[in-house]
Design a protein. Structure first.
Length: 267
């Protein structure tokens, strides 16, 4: 099982970019098809007596997905952008929850948690992400600093191998590589967001046996025991602090504390 891919834009490195050169973009063929049936949503149960309330069908992606861990000192917001194949969200609330839960477990050692704080439906014409231009276009009008933008698509093409697809990518917008976001394919297993966040926090692929940034196929350790290696955690702490200082990510907990702290002093 492969986790994801880091073949970001090919632009110059940014202050957040790893000091060492990015590894060669590796072709990341889609693994043997692991047919993931589209989540079967039970038909909406409607109370016939109740007047049809206009309920936002996407609200559950915020209200029912895991929140930042209480013990984490840093809480960053995810802005979730969902494609809507056939008019329905490309992936389920459970699937998003799995991605967030794993991220909060794996980033706990660096005191980082994430939660979905906003969600929107991408326009119908945005579906499969076939090439670099499509990856750029996703965030061109939607990127903003301060939060982690995550897009979910029914299919994410490998831009290096014709016909192949990948599960996720940390993408740098080519005209301005300081702008970057994560794209997940709906076929992604639940560690892919964490892997791409590893790139977002400055990591290249690695060869640590234990690491989820090591893409070489192996059975040991099992997926359930993979995590970030200690040197990777150290590196991510630095990038985390840089991103908070620059405003690339806003710590919701610090923002809240600051608000409470400004109660006017009297006397
Ligand atoms: Zn990768």
């Amino acid at each position: 099982m492969l986790v994801g891919c880091s073949t970001g834009g090919s632009g110059p490195s940014t202050p957040e970019a790893p000091a060492q050169p990015e590894p060669e973009p590796e072709p990341e063929p889609a693994p043997a098809p692991e047919p993931e049936p589209a989540p079967e949503e039970p038909p909406a149960q409607r109370e016939p007596t109740e007047p049809l309330k206009k309920k936002d069908p996407l609200a559950a992606y915020v209200s029912e997905t895991p929140r930042c861990l209480a013990e984490a000192g840093r809480c960053f917001s995810i802005a979730l952008h969902l494609t809507m194949p056939d008019g329905a969200p490309v992936q389920s609330v459970d699937w998003v929850s799995g991605q967030v839960r794993q991220a909060n477990r794996l980033f706990a050692p660096i005191d980082v948690s994430v939660q979905v704080d906003s969600v929107d439906a991408l326009p119908d014409e945005v579906q499969e992400i076939d090439d670099r231009a499509a990856r750029d276009a996703l965030g061109r009008e939607r990127f903003s600093r301060g939060v982690l933008h995550v897009f979910v698509t029914p299919r994410l093409a490998d831009v290096d191998i014709a016909g192949a697809e990948i599960r996720g990518v940390h993408w740098r917008y080519r005209p301005d590589t300081k702008r970057r976001w994560i794209i997940l394919s709906k076929i992604a297993s639940d560690l892919v967001l964490s892997h791409e966040m590893g790139h977002f926090f400055g990591l290249p692929h690695s060869r640590y046996e234990v690491s989820l940034m090591n893409k070489s196929p192996r059975d040991d350790p099992p997926w359930s025991e993979r995590r970030f290696a200690d040197p990777e955690l150290a590196r991510m702490r630095k990038h985390r602090d840089q991103m908070v200082r620059s405003g690339m990510l806003i710590n919701r907990k610090a923002a809240k504390a600051a608000t409470t702290a400004v109660s006017p002093a009297r006397g």
